[in-house]
Design a protein around this ligand. Structure first.
Ligand SMILES: Cc1cc2nc3c(=O)[nH]c(=O)nc-3n(C[C@H](O)[C@H](O)[C@H](O)COP(=O)(O)OP(=O)(O)OC[C@H]3O[C@@H](n4cnc5c(N)ncnc54)[C@H](O)[C@@H]3O)c2cc1C
Ligand SMILES: CC(C)=CCC/C(C)=C/CC/C(C)=C/CSC[C@H](N)C(=O)O
Length: 477
């Protein structure tokens, strides 16, 4: 006799992780289960826009890799469309001068790269491609409904011990061992880690490779804003969105209509004026668990559920409409400055991680910025910029808006990813961010937790933590 589906499931957090889990849970458990998604802020979470003069710009998760297949499928299935992300010329500034500058001519670029760094750029590309190829095995596993009970087991199934080694060592150690030069690491790799993760080469090698893949061609975004994926997933999963902040979760025994005593989770949440509670068969926590970001207390669990103290990096996104003071970066005349993005090296005197020209969420790949004109620029910095700092970067500016984040984990390998199974039917998605934080990673985690919850509910142990899936699925269509 197949087990009856659960009556009610709660998902805490309506970011891409929580909403993709809702979508998958609906597909697996069918139409009768009630799915409540409890969100304390806006649907989308770290996928959010800032508005300037009536135009919206991505302020959080912005770019999507062409091989991020969950995001790609969501856009297709949910009736959304994609726009190409701006791909302007990139320069690297070390606090004194531009140590590297891209050219708009492919062949000149190649010659420049080889001149400065030999064939390291090509080797780096091959290294990232190999990791990405293995990462893509997850789509095959998930399309066959396989699930993993820990992030380490998931990584191991993708790339074996090599992937775990990558996750447990710093990017610096991995790339030094592979023979990359200090100059290449300082001038090319570190600036990419700074723009993407606000950190240096001490992050783990896996997130380093994910970050490098964000320099591939063909990056895209969702027309109208990436957060639309989350609201559409919620609609498509027929979930009930509750605006409230969850404060505690406790397991209690309840008597269901059948008369049977059943263990359920009581989820207590606060709306603007009141405290509510409701009982659920299964709970998925789809937000980083720490006091600053979610502040959820697990009451009376025996043994107690571990406290998560992992630190997330503070980061500020500032959008400025103005005329860039290109002389900060280059002595060339204003009308000859044609960079669309300036990355920075790891110099403590620099007050920005990066500055890049951006288009609104409705525009497709806008033309190259012209230094003598006002454009919208996005700046990432560890702290909010002062007026003096803004005036150093811009000849003049009309508007400035900002958003502060606890953006991504502070990566300190070797580290242990938080558990996915916190308790019998209580799951945690965001541990995957300690391998790498990106929209697609949260979508992978959302699917994995939903499949795990489904198989554990039904006792399908043969669908969990299977070894050698890559070999075994080779013969499956
Ligand atoms: C500035 C920035 C730039 C980025 N750029 C990219 C990029 O270009 N490409 C990319 O792939 N990724 C990027 N990322 C990373 C990506 O945005 C995240 O990895 C992803 O959005 C995380 O999704 P999530 O659903 O796991 O978490 P979140 O989006 O954080 O969702 C968690 C949700 O839970 C809610 N919540 C928290 N506590 C509670 C509570 N107690 N009760 C109820 N609700 C609660 C929060 O309000 C939030 O909405 C970027 C992130 C930032 C900050
Ligand atoms: C998960 C895999 C395999 C690939 C994802 C690659 C990707 C798109 C990573 C993005 C990483 C990230 C956190 C970027 C933040 S900054 C993005 C951008 N430079 C901006 O200006 O907003």
């Amino acid at each position: 006799e197949p087990r009856a589906p659960p009556e009610k499931i709660a998902i805490i957090g309506a970011g891409i992780g929580g909403t993709s889990a809702a979508y998958c849970l609906r597909q697996k458990f069918g139409e009768h289960v009630k799915i409540h998604v409890i969100e304390k802020g806006e649907v989308g979470g770290r996928l959010a826009t800032l508005t300037m003069q009536g135009h919206e710009y991505e302020a959080g998760g912005s770019i999507i890799h062409p091989l991020n297949l969950h995001m790609k499928r969501f856009v297709k299935d949910l009736g959304l469309s994609a726009v190409q992300s701006p791909s302007g010329l990139v320069g690297v500034y070390n606090g004194e001068t531009l140590v590297y500058e891209e050219s708009s001519w492919f062949i000149i670029n190649m010659i420049k790269l080889i001149w400065h760094y030999g064939f390291q750029s090509l080797r780096m590309h091959m290294w990232v491609e190999d990791i990405l190829d293995k990462f893509m095995r997850i789509y095959r596993y998930q399309s066959h409904d396989y699930a993993f009970s820990s992030v380490e087991k998931l990584l191991h199934s993708l790339g074996g011990d090599d992937f775990l080694a990558l996750f447990n060592r710093s990017l610096l150690e991995t790339l030094q061992k592979a023979g990359f030069s200090e100059k290449f690491l300082d001038e090319i790799i570190t600036p990419v880690m700074r723009v993407n993760y606000g950190q240096n080469m001490n992050i783990n090698g896996f997130v380093g490779a994910v970050s490098m893949s964000a320099t591939d061609p063909g990056l895209w975004a969702v027309k109208g804003g990436n957060k639309l994926v989350c609201s559409r997933l919620l609609e498509a999963s027929k979930s009930n969105l509750i605006s409230g902040s969850v404060i505690s979760i406790e397991e209690k025994t309840r008597t269901k209509q059948t008369g049977d005593p059943t263990k359920m989770y009581e989820v207590v949440y606060q709306t603007r004026s009141e405290t509510h509670s409701d009982f659920y068969d299964i709970v998925l926590v789809a937000t980083p668990l720490n006091r600053k970001m979610s502040n959820i207390t697990f009451l009376n669990f025996d043994p107690p559920i571990e406290e998560f103290h992992q630190h997330y990096e503070p980061l500020v996104t500032t959008l400025i409409k103005g005329q860039l003071n290109s002389t900060v970066f280059s002595s060339r005349p204003l009308d000859e400055f044609d960079l669309g993005t300036v990355l920075t090296t790891d110099n403590p005197d620099l007050f920005i991680n990066s500055i890049g020209f951006v288009s609104s969420v409705r525009e497709d790949n806008s033309p190259q910025p012209k230094a003598e004109k006002a454009h919208v620029w996005k700046i990432f910095s560890a702290r909010a910029l002062s007026k003096e700092q803004i005036l150093k970067l811009f000849v003049s500016y009309d508007y400035a808006v900002k958003q502060s984040w606890f953006a991504y984990p502070h990566y300190t390998p070797p580290e242990k990813c938080p558990s996915i199974i916190l308790h019998d039917r209580l799951y945690y998605l965001n541990g995957i961010e300690f391998a790498a934080s990106a929209m697609e990673m949260s979508a992978v985690a959302g699917y994995n937790s939903a499949l795990l919850a489904y198989h554990r509910w039904n006792g399908h142990t043969h669908m969990i933590d299977q070894e050698d899936l890559h070999e075994r699925l080779k013969t499956e269509l």
